[in-house]
Design a binder for this molecule. Structure first.
Ligand SMILES: [Zn+2]
Length: 415
């Protein structure tokens, strides 16, 4: 009798010990470019962090176990060019808010970290933080606009105001929000000079932050001059494939100054958006080996309802142009995370936060459009299946975590 009791106790103790993980995702094809993983693995999560990465974990090791055979498991996607604050007060249909609620577009698209790209300046940053950043499931960082009023006005009027670039006030706001401000943004500058870029760089130097530049008007100043002489290593040129950026030689090869700038450490970001992505630039650049450093959406209402759509669609376009899947994942995870000074994100490593995207890659005949109405055919499309944020499953397209409802002993409300 005693022996039986002892054996029972031992079994209980063992099974309690065995269920050492909260969740195990089994048999996923893990792509983690940062740590050079490209293989089938079981991934265990405990207390919101990655607890184990093994070819196989024992079946009883977790409280919950989900088989994801046939799917890819990657770090949660990192989109460093979005607009998630009521900074943009105009939209495609007239006056109104052009920004998108972060969670609505991030959670069902495998995105776990975003950076807002300058919607807000120092004048309304406290409101942005209080209302949006602190209340979202998605991790939100921000590039703060060099202009105090941010992108507040129609037709980018606020951003033309060189008298609203107060580096003292900006630096004070940065000091108060060091945990979330990851850079300075300047955008839509229309003048034939680099006043806004130079101010942004001065603010970047003073606060030890990178600058993200939307170049603005191409007809009255030199893009080459900006990336060759003004931007510092680590600064980001977004909208890299925006016409008419002079990226190509007459022979259709990447311009030598672009290769030099890359060697110097300038980062080139997609920032697809509603007016900044054209195959006439993207295809020859990519086919000649010039991949973007980071893939991003430039998410706002017009782009999300236009040909950009969402992060996986932009990634699929890059696949269609011939960038290998592993590189597309690199440009959507560890690269952007590193660009914003958070290299601890965008990876699947034991001890790292369990931000995960589970992706399906469909094979078939697909079409992808640019903003001039140009088309590229593709044989693959990336479809998000699950999103895990800090160890919690926040999106589950095919209900893998649910049980058959008749068998689940589920408690439905009775009144
Ligand atoms: Zn933007």
């Amino acid at each position: 009798m005693l022996r039986i009791l002892a054996a029972t106790l031992l079994t209980c103790a063992l099974s309690a010990y065995a269920q050492q993980y909260d969740l195990v995702l089994r048999n996923g094809h893990v792509i983690d470019p940062k740590n050079n993983v490209d293989a089938t693995r079981d991934i265990a999560i405990r207390d919101g962090k990655i607890a184990a990465i093994e070819p196989s974990l024992p079946a009883n090791a977790a409280k919950k176990s989900i088989d994801i055979s046939g799917l890819y498991l990657t770090p949660g996607l990192v989109d460093i060019h979005e607009h998630v604050f009521l900074g943009l007060r105009h939209n495609a249909w007239g006056n109104g808010d052009l920004s998108v609620q972060a969670d609505v577009m991030a959670v069902p698209n495998g995105v776990t970290t975003v950076a807002d790209a300058g919607s807000s300046g120092w004048r309304d940053f406290a409101e942005f933080r209080h209302r949006i950043i602190d209340t979202s499931k998605t991790r939100i960082f921000a590039f703060i606009n060099i202009v105090g009023a941010g992108m507040q006005n129609a037709d980018d009027i606020a951003e033309q105001n060189e008298h609203d670039m107060d580096l003292d006030a900006l630096s004070k706001t940065i000091a108060e929000n060091r945990d979330i401000i990851v850079g300075i943004k300047t955008a839509h500058w229309q003048q034939p000079n680099f006043i806004s870029v130079k101010n942004a760089i001065a603010a970047g130097n003073r606060n030890h932050l990178p600058v993200m530049v939307d170049f603005g008007w191409f007809d009255n100043k030199s893009y080459q001059e900006m990336v060759s002489t003004l931007l510092r290593p680590g600064d980001i040129s977004t909208h890299v494939f925006r016409m008419p950026a002079p990226l190509l030689t007459p022979e259709g090869k990447p311009a030598p100054y672009m290769l030099d700038a890359r060697k110097r450490g300038i980062k080139f970001d997609v920032g697809h958006g509603g007016g900044s992505f054209n195959f006439a630039l993207a295809e020859p650049m990519v086919k000649n080996g010039f991949f973007p450093d980071s893939i991003s959406t430039d998410l706002h209402i017009s782009s999300a309802t236009g040909v950009m759509l969402n992060m996986p669609n932009v990634m699929s376009k890059m696949l269609a142009l011939g960038i290998p899947l592993q590189e597309v994942i690199r440009e959507s995870t560890t690269n952007p995370a590193t660009e914003i000074g958070h290299p601890e994100l965008g990876q699947i490593a034991v001890g790292s936060i369990a931000d995960i995207a589970v992706l399906r890659v469909d094979h078939g005949n697909f079409g992808y459009a640019d903003l001039a109405g140009g088309k590229v055919d593709g044989a693959e499309r990336i479809v998000p299946e699950m999103t895990i944020r800090g160890g919690s499953i926040v999106f589950d397209l095919n209900a893998r975590t649910a049980v058959p409802w008749r068998q689940g002993h589920l408690k439905y409300a009775t009144r």
